[in-house]
Design a protein around this ligand. Structure first.
Ligand SMILES: NC(=O)c1ccc[n+]([C@@H]2O[C@H](COP(=O)([O-])OP(=O)(O)OC[C@H]3O[C@@H](n4cnc5c(N)ncnc54)[C@H](OP(=O)(O)O)[C@@H]3O)[C@@H](O)[C@H]2O)c1
Length: 342
């Protein structure tokens, strides 16, 4: 294909900047539309990034009817992702949908069905799948450096305080959902990505820190326990209230070794007496500017141009979202929940 893909960005907030900057660096894509509730904000965003051929829109319908739009990046608050994603699929647009793609099971099923029915390519915003440490860990697992996994832990420990731009909406139950849907889903997705098996059962706990100092409408801290089909156990701790710098700790235990973040101990290397540390880029910042959007967006563009499905499409990441939803169901009923959800 010699013409460039026309891209539309929905939303003008923090994460949209990461998407726009990455499309700008892709030679096969051109941003031609930005949707905002305020046309002046869309125009200002286009100017900020030097987008020369980009129109502002305040109506998604009008944007979807405009000429030259092949794909969209949905960078709006969580509660709009299903409605906007379904409209984009019906209009035949490929899409990146930011996480979480839905706040409940009905929405998840609706978006999944629309993407399948209209045959569009999709990539979900689990951008850490392109983090260099993630790629290194997947390579170590493939080389069986720690043998067969029997336990995995990934945590999302990110104090989202009142000075964050998204705090006013993300702290509400209607817009933010749960701590897992808002942020912990990155860790759930990482757990699935590393374990590589189907999850069959989930147990969830949650709480507020003493006095709920941040005024979250839902429990901003949770623990999710996952059992996989082969008996591997998993744990995800999520905290939006934790005090301290952002961390995303990873522990993977196998019958032949252990991985802790970028450190490895393996019985494949006789004589190893301590952790081997491998220099790389860790997922140790919640800042959007730190996320590997270039790699994710290059992958999305490549999926469209070659017609192949992404490993991180809506159909795959339905399973990540089901774990998050099941964890909340379990917390409320105080019972384990079987997967897949009915
Ligand atoms: N993958 C990642 O690592 C990552 C990182 C950050 C965020 N995210 C996800 O990206 C999405 C957006 O997050 P963000 O940090 O960019 O949020 P944000 O800074 O608050 O931006 C959201 C944008 O959505 C638009 N919007 C439309 N309806 C809105 C409403 N009712 N309330 C508030 N904004 C509304 C706004 O643009 P207009 O005012 O121009 O309409 C706003 O700028 C979230 O789902 C979040 O989970 C993902």
């Amino acid at each position: 294909m010699d013409r460039k893909l026309g891209i539309a960005i929905l939303g003008t907030g923090d994460v949209s900047s990461g998407h726009i900057a990455a499309y700008r660096r892709n030679p096969h894509a051109e941003i031609r539309a930005i949707l905002s509730r305020d046309a002046a904000k869309a125009t200002a965003k286009a100017r900020q990034f030097g987008l020369e051929n980009c129109q502002p829109f305040t109506s998604l319908d009008a944007l979807l009817q405009a000429d030259g739009i092949d794909a969209v990046s949905i960078c709006t608050p969580h509660h709009l992702h299903v409605e906007q994603g379904v409209a984009c699929a019906q209009a035949g647009k490929h899409m990146i949908v930011e996480k979480p793609v839905a706040l409940d099971l009905a929405g998840l099923r609706k978006l999944d069905a629309a993407v399948r029915e209209h045959g569009v390519r999709s990539v979900v915003g689990f951008v850490l799948r392109w983090n260099p440490l993630f790629e290194m860990i997947r390579s170590m697992l493939a080389e069986r450096l720690i043998g067969d996994l029997f336990h995995a832990e990934v945590d999302y420990l990110h104090g989202i305080t009142k000075d964050f731009g998204l705090y006013p909406w993300v702290s509400t139950r209607a817009y933010g959902g749960t701590a897992l849907l808002t942020g912990g889903c990155h860790a759930v997705d990482a757990l699935r990505w590393f374990v590589g098996k189907e999850a069959v059962e989930v147990f969830g706990l949650g709480n507020f820190s003493k006095g709920n100092p941040l005024d979250y409408e839902y429990e901003p801290n949770s623990v999710t326990l996952v059992t996989f089909e082969d008996g591997t156990t998993g744990k995800v701790a999520t905290s939006l209230e934790c005090v301290g710098p952002y961390t995303f700790p990873i522990v993977l235990m196998g019958n032949g070794g252990t991985i802790r973040d970028n450190r490895l101990f393996t019985n494949r290397w006789p004589g190893q007496t301590g952790w081997a540390s491998i220099p790389t880029i860790l997922p140790d910042s919640g800042a959007v500017t730190h996320h590997p959007f270039d790699a994710q967006i290059n992958h999305f563009v490549d999926c469209i141009l070659t017609g192949r499905e992404s490993h991180c499409n809506v159909a795959d990441t339905v399973k990540t979202h089901e774990i998050c939803i099941a964890s909340e169901q379990s917390r409320l009923t105080k019972r384990p929940v079987r997967l897949p959800l009915e």
